[in-house]
Ligand binder design. Sequence first.
Ligand code: GLP
Length: 241
Amino acid sequence: MNMIIFDTQQELDSYAAGLIVNKVIEKPNAVLGLATGSTPLGIYDKIVEQYEKKKVSFRSVTTFNLDEYVGLPPENDQSYAYYMKKHLFSHIDIPQDQIHLPNGMADNIEAECVRYDFMLEASPVDIQLLGLGHNGHIGFNEPAVNLSGGTHPVKLKAETREANARFFASLAEVPHEAITMGVGSILKADTIVLVVRGADKAEIVKEALTGPITTSVPASLLQTHARVIVLLDREAGRMMK
Ligand code: GLP
């Protein structure tokens, strides 16, 4: 596991964006695994900046997002489809049909999960961007006795709904369910870039990266992957020195 602790947000964002942009320059038809939440926002800004400077084109890129809420249509400004369009896809030249997110509005959620895994099998992820939840979740893989390998529906933990409530008008509006890629699917990516910011995540960073590998800290399974790049700000990396 490679770990870099950055002094400034700018440096972290530029470095993470550089990893993705360089992958696309080297492999124009790269498959990108993308994440939402507050953590990647600055990274998407830097990617758009590189695109606008004509350093890179996403014409042949395919993307898969980690997760989506159940019951929020893409027009809802809290859906991850909306987030991705707003912060990345509407600013770059990626064709719409090369963008994939789980469909949280599907009539049959189980069938939707199978469909998503089928597409992932056909287009393995080259580089997967990941954030980290306070309880160690990745995507929406919550701490549990057993973790699912493939894409699956999840009931969100109270702490996850509370953490994400800051994006909604009220806690009551935060969906109770989501669809997420499984830890098994995430670990199939060739390279994983885990990005964590903030003092409130310092302890979970230490636990996930140096503690026992356990399903009660889903991110600890990243320790089993051969190519994980961990990018931390000074606060999140406080206990890693
Ligand atoms: C959310 C998302 C995760 C994200 C995490 C951290 O629940 N499903 O993919 O990594 O929580 O979010 P943030 O970056 O806002 O702290």
